[in-house]
Design a protein around this ligand. Structure first.
Ligand code: ADP
Ligand code: MG
Length: 363
């Protein structure tokens, strides 16, 4: 071999070694870069997972129900929405476009709003539910208070007007009765007296309980009073097979008018007995509710439709052949005089639940 060729080959070989060295070091750098990128991706994935988790946590701890739909199928429901079983309701909703409305189910009163998701989520819609049962109940209560106050005032005015001629009738009837008359006539007059006395009793009830003026507050055990009234009333259950259960989680004494309250309680108990068919149950519970004490009457009787439920406290509202329709009106006024309130819930055919709330701090 010529020496110049050898030189060339040597140079070429040296160049090759150099290139291979630099390739190796490039490769090492690349490998390092890849491993750091992998690490970065893993960290990002973890962060993403965490963000996702906290996003779901937030969605699940929201006090509103959230349902996401794609077309007719549900792709996400948060805990609150699951609790109230909203999937079915959402699937029955009209597709496309924003909408809102209110819906009531056995679990409460809800306001819902539907809107389309944007940002590359076309075709997806989010439906949000808010539980407005408490607001609705309060609204209902204040409307009821206002209505009953006006109705009560009118009833009291009419009652006063009726009371005067009624008094004269009673007087003249007793005079007629003192005179001579046949057996038949005496019977007729007695029937008229019976009728007049019934009217008088209703009017007196109406007048004295429309605005119970004198509430005689005493310190007494509320739970004992409820139990006592229940025992007393259970005698008049009228041959029905009624399972009565009583429980109490409040044994303290508090200030109230025991006689007036007993009268209110009697109305709830007799209504429950009347709502039951031959067989049924009545649950009565006294509960400690913080600032309030509640007394609940739950029966599994006939229940009421929504229209009836809205009117039951009105004076003279009754659905019974022999009803007078004053029981709940009187009960409302008695509870109101104690600064309390009543809630009424019912499912037609299933039963009703009345709850009285009385403030503890009254003296
Ligand atoms: P009355 O008992 O004379 O009808 P109330 O004021 O006590 O008058 O009750 C009014 C109406 O409320 C009743 O006629 C009935 O329709 C309804 N109601 C009250 N309590 C119940 C109950 N526990 N279950 C079903 N309906 C009830
Ligand atoms: Mg009644």
């Amino acid at each position: 071999m010529q020496s110049s060729e050898t030189e060339l080959l040597k140079n070429a070989f040296e160049e090759f070694v150099k290139a291979s060295d630099s390739l190796t070091s490039y490769y090492l750098v690349l490998e390092e870069r890849i491993s750091s990128l992998n690490k970065e991706i893993n960290e990002k994935n973890k962060e993403l997972e965490k963000a996702k988790e906290s996003f779901y946590n937030i969605l699940n701890s929201l006090p509103v129900g959230v349902v996401v739909q794609h077309g007719k199928s549900t792709i996400f429901t948060n805990k609150e929405a699951e609790k109230f079983g909203w999937t079915e309701f959402c699937e029955s909703l009209d597709q496309a476009g924003s909408a809102m409305g209110e819906v009531r189910n056995g679990k409460g009163y809800f306001r819902w709003r539907k809107s389309s998701l944007t940002n590359g989520s076309s075709g997806k819609e989010v439906i949000v539910f808010e539980d407005v049962s408490e607001i609705q109940k309060m609204k209902e209560r204040s409307e009821r208070d206002e209505k009953l106050r006006a109705m009560g005032e009118m009833a009291a005015r009419i009652a006063h007007e009726i009371k005067n001629p009624l008094g004269s009738m009673q007087l003249f009837l007793s005079m007629i009765l003192r005179g001579k008359m046949g057996r038949k006539e005496r019977e007729y007059v007695n029937s008229v007296i019976f009728g007049v006395n019934t009217i008088d009793r209703i009017i007196n009830n109406l007048l004295s309980y429309t605005r119970p003026k004198t509430i005689a507050l005493r310190e007494a055990g509320i739970s004992g009073i409820v139990k006592e009234t229940l025992d007393f009333m259970s005698v008049s259950v009228g041959g029905k097979d009624v399972k009565i259960r009583f429980s109490s989680s409040y044994e303290d004494r508090m200030w109230f008018d025991p006689d007036l309250l007993k009268l209110a309680l009697m109305n709830f108990i007799s209504n429950a007995f009347e709502a039951l068919s031959d067989k049924g149950s009545l649950d009565v519970a006294v509960r400690d509710e913080g600032k309030w004490v509640s007394i609940m009457f739950a029966d599994d009787g006939v229940g009421m439709d929504e229209e009836t439920r809205r009117n039951i406290f009105n004076p003279f509202f009754t659905t019974k052949d022999k009803g007078v329709g004053l029981g709940l009106f009187i009960a409302h006024n008695i509870v109101k005089a104690h600064d309390g309130y009543i809630e009424a819930e019912s499912i037609e055919g299933k039963g009703s639940c009345f709850t009285i709330y009385l403030p503890k701090g009254r003296s």
